[in-house]
Design a protein around this ligand. Structure first.
Ligand SMILES: NC(=O)c1ccc[n+]([C@@H]2O[C@H](COP(=O)([O-])OP(=O)(O)OC[C@H]3O[C@@H](n4cnc5c(N)ncnc54)[C@H](OP(=O)(O)O)[C@@H]3O)[C@@H](O)[C@H]2O)c1
Length: 254
């Protein structure tokens, strides 16, 4: 691919890219020309995913680490930048959910979700910025959620983390723009991924999504790829501190 949306010669780290939305965004970025480094916790799953991309002539490597291991985050980002001589974009996407009525929540579960979904993103963004600032360019992209904007019951830590990403992206965006970096958030609606298996298989919830979303359906993971390519490429060069909602119009539907 060439032109406005090209990521030719770019190096991008995508966390939580062994499956689901991360792998879909990594695939789209690789199709746009980037060398994508896939992260997740399981090296074997990542290797299979990277081999799948390479079999199609795309450029892919792996970096297996837990995003809530903050020392590993710093070490791995530095290693990727050193190995490839550059780091153009990070898509900080790894995330988990935990759904319980409030009175059944353990504090440890709240902290576990926050560590993965928010603090890990802070550490990775800081370390990516450390690698990007000397080159005067870079794109930091968070996967937020419409759950950081609107609410459903039970997902207290998830919503706190996703809303937190929105706030943090803005402080990073204003601090890092003078250094040539941009920081944005992609906010997906309801996508058919493993994270949502319990919901897609629940007839009541499935019907609610289809009724509430004007498009009348769940999204497929590949429908998020364009947003990541846009924000990582020259096409998104003046996007900064933005929350890009990709939800089929669900949140604007009265
Ligand atoms: N699906 C949706 O409708 C939706 C909507 C809004 C936002 N999102 C967000 O989109 C992101 C991806 O979600 P998804 O639906 O694609 O979920 P998913 O299918 O469950 O994939 C989650 C990914 O994150 C990785 N991961 C989980 N914990 C990790 C950790 N501690 N360190 C490193 N990697 C970790 C998983 O790999 P391993 O388990 O192998 O480590 C996997 O690759 C999440 O941030 C989620 O909150 C999803």
């Amino acid at each position: 691919m060439s032109g406005l949306f090209s990521l030719q010669d770019h190096v991008a780290l995508i966390t939580g890219a062994s499956r689901g939305l991360g792998l879909a965004m990594a695939t789209a970025m690789a199709e746009a020309g980037a060398l994508v480094v896939l992260n997740g916790r399981d090296a074997a799953t990542l290797t299979a995913a990277a081999e799948g991309l390479r079999a199609r002539g795309l450029k892919a490597g792996i970096a297996a680490f837990d995003v809530s291991d903050f020392d590993a985050c710093a070490r791995e980002v530095a290693a990727i930048a050193a190995r490839h001589g550059r780091l153009d974009a990070v898509v900080l996407n790894a995330g988990i959910n935990h759904r319980k009525p409030l009175l059944e929540w353990e504090t440890e579960d709240f902290l576990r979700v926050l560590n993965i979904n928010l603090t890990g993103c802070f550490v990775l963004a800081r370390e990516a910025a450390r690698a990007m600032i000397p080159r005067g360019s870079g794109r930091i992209i968070f996967t937020g959620s419409i759950m950081g904007i609107v609410a459903r019951p039970t997902v207290h830590a998830y919503a706190a983390a996703k809303a937190g990403l929105g706030g943090m992206a803005k402080t990073l965006a204003v601090e890092l723009a003078p250094k040539g970096l941009t920081v944005n958030v992609i906010c997906p609606g309801f996508f058919d991924t493993e994270m949502n298996t319990a919901l897609t298989q629940n007839p009541e919830f499935d019907a609610w999504v289809k009724q509430r979303c004007p498009m009348g359906r769940w999204a497929q993971p590949e429908e998020l790829g364009g947003a990541a390519v846009f924000l990582a490429s020259r096409a998104g060069s003046y996007m900064n501190g933005h929350m890009l909602v990709v939800d089929g119009g669900l949140t604007i539907n009265m």
